[in-house]
Design a binder for this molecule. Structure first.
Ligand SMILES: Cc1cc2nc3c(=O)[nH]c(=O)nc-3n(C[C@H](O)[C@H](O)[C@H](O)COP(=O)(O)OP(=O)(O)OC[C@H]3O[C@@H](n4cnc5c(N)ncnc54)[C@H](O)[C@@H]3O)c2cc1C
Length: 535
């Protein structure tokens, strides 16, 4: 036990002798594409519990619009998808990982089709479309722009039908439990019945992203980086935390939540205009609207500054109305709900935090640096994306590494919960009399700080200032013992934000999504590598 709250091992008091306990061979924390796919695979050999902190519909997966990238037609090749992924990754993607993910793609997408995902079809083949950074139309989509939901529903059905899998919604994982050898033995968490321990021979972290660390984000409320913070406290190696991908086009209407306007819209001809009606993208990149996301995001920001505007616009007025409503039903509905007539009006957009590239470091077997702990999906850092994610590669990564993690966990040396000894865990946090606090206020301030100081363009001074301010907030948040998710999330957010600012300061160059105003060039001699962080 430590009295320094920043280095506290667990966020809550634990007494394993008196806490309610559950047992499973394999525990999956998170029920997005990665966690659900992992559960299905692990259940071939193990009993599986899947927990998620909200309902099954609360995930980044559910929100995914554009599609899933894969080599699906005969004129496309694995080599081309691999090359596009490596080019976008700016020199630090792991070629082995890229190869593995790309080559598994067609089989796993095909499997989703058999499991009931209603992909849009072109005759007997899955229809594909183009997105920025891809040199071939290889993005498969379902019900137009409802790809994530369609995939999630098919996986949920499959999971529900499997007698070896038990799903527990509204179960908040607070911390990973480790034994004296620092092997993972399960989690401590909380549901409506109170605090619970789930002992597991293998634990798979699939807690998704961290977009909610920013004031402007496309991510739903669950994406608070819990898995990264839990893994950090348990001593896992993290990497690439400086790489947060910003999506260039999020609906910008004051007071409305920031809904994503999918990139495939630009792939199919939507044009970005500034407030004076100027199509500005060709001034920034030869591929104009189809340039990689980081370039489009910075171009939007720069044009907003030039024209002293809070946003830019997407012009879809030239689309056939009926086609638009069929192809992009979600966006069509969204626009209608704000009285935007897409045949007459422009859609106001601005960039926002979208995808966490960094996370818990894993190898090609989805193993983390902690024994019996696997990670997959957005919480993991597999080195597929390098310094920038190619659009629609993340759903694919979730499927591939979900399957890998489930396979490994189900067939490991210690695969049954009876193979592990349950340690006695007693952890008592000293009482703190310091100020009471309003965690909602801390979260809002933190998200605004991240947007300002650790946003699309970074510089040394704002980055060090962010670390000082977060350090100060940590002093009176991290000493508390909360009994509700809002408090634990706030503590996790502070931890992850601090680590992200630290990593962003360390990378004194610009690469992929990480742009340093004071080091605008790529520096291969010093930084063609990953920045790792371990407690
Ligand atoms: C608006 C939007 C559009 C997107 N469009 C695309 C696209 O077209 N193509 C593409 O490839 N990618 C897209 N992405 C990215 C992609 O959706 C995600 O990267 C991917 O779905 C992540 O899947 P996951 O399984 O890792 O995490 P998620 O789907 O986010 O699931 C995370 C799970 O973890 C659970 N969880 C989190 N913390 C805890 C905790 N403490 N205790 C218990 N459970 C917890 C959550 O409840 C949830 O069930 C999009 C993302 C967004 C937000």
């Amino acid at each position: 036990m430590t009295s320094n709250p920043e280095f506290r091992r667990y966020l809550v008091n634990i007494d394993s002798t008196s806490t309610h306990q559950l047992f499973t061979d394999c525990l999956v924390v998170g029920a997005g594409i990665a966690g659900l796919r992992a559960a299905i695979e692990a259940a071939d050999h193990s009993s599986v519990i899947v927990i998620c902190k909200g309902t099954l519909e609360n995930s980044n997966t559910w929100k995914a619009q554009g599609g899933i990238a894969s080599v699906l037609d005969k004129t496309d090749t694995f080599e081309s998808h691999i090359a596009d992924t490596l080019n976008t990754g700016c020199g630090i993607s792991d070629e082995k990982v890229v190869d593995l993910v790309v080559r598994q793609g067609p089989e796993l997408v095909e499997q989703m089709l058999h499991w009931g995902t209603e992909f849009d079809m072109d005759g007997k083949c899955v229809a594909t479309t183009l997105e920025g950074g891809h040199t071939h139309a290889r993005v498969a989509h379902a019900h137009g722009d409802e790809t994530g939901r369609m995939i999630a529903e098919a996986l949920i059905k499959k999971v529900r039908e499997n007698p070896n899998i038990k799903v527990v919604e509204n179960f908040y994982a607070i911390d990973l439990l480790t034994n004296d050898d620092n092997d993972c033995v399960g989690v401590v968490g909380r549901d409506s019945h109170g605090t619970q321990i789930i002992w597991a021979a293998n634990t798979i972290l699939a807690t998704g992203g961290a977009g909610r660390l920013y004031r402007e984000t496309t991510n739903p409320e669950v994406a608070t980086g819990d898995g990264i913070a839990m893994a950090y406290r348990a001593g896992a190696v993290l990497q690439d935390l400086e790489f947060m991908q910003f999506h260039p086009t999020t609906l910008y209407i004051a007071g409305a939540s920031r809904a994503l306007i999918t990139e495939t819209l630009r792939g199919e001809g939507a044009v970005l205009l500034d407030k004076n009606g100027l199509a500005f993208m060709k001034d920034y990149h030869e591929s104009a609207e189809l340039a990689p996301r980081d370039i489009v995001s910075r171009a939007c920001l720069s044009q907003m500054l030039k024209t002293k505007s809070t946003h830019v616009y997407l012009d879809v007025r030239h689309f056939d109305r009926e086609y638009f409503a069929k192809r992009f039903p979600l966006i069509n509905e969204l626009c209608e709900s704000f009285d935007i007539d897409i045949s007459r009006d422009l859609i106001p957009v601005r960039p926002s935090a979208h995808y966490m590239i960094g996370g818990v470091k894993t190898d090609t077997s989805a193993k983390t640096s902690i024994e019996n702990l696997y990670a997959c999906g957005e919480v993991a850092s597999t080195s597929l994306h390098g310094a920038n994610r190619l659009g629609s590669n993340s759903l694919l990564e979730g499927l591939v590494f979900g399957k890998v993690a489930g396979y490994q966990a189900g067939r490991g040396k210690k695969a049954a919960v009876t193979d592990i000894k349950h340690p006695l865990i007693k952890y008592q946090i000293p009482h703190s009399d310091r100020t009471r606090l309003d965690t909602a206020d801390v979260r809002n301030s933190l998200r605004a700080l991240m947007w300002r100081n650790v946003g699309i363009t970074r510089k040394t001074r704002p980055l060090t200032e962010a670390q000082e301010i977060i350090g100060f907030w940590q002093r009176y948040v991290m000493d508390k013992v909360f009994d509700r998710p809002e408090g634990w999330e706030c503590q996790n957010m502070l931890t992850v934000c601090l680590l992200m600012a630290r990593a962003a300061e360390k990378r004194r160059e610009s690469r992929g999504v990480h742009f340093r105003g004071d080091f605008p060039n790529i520096d291969d001699r010093n930084f063609k590598k990953h920045i790792e962080i371990v407690r």
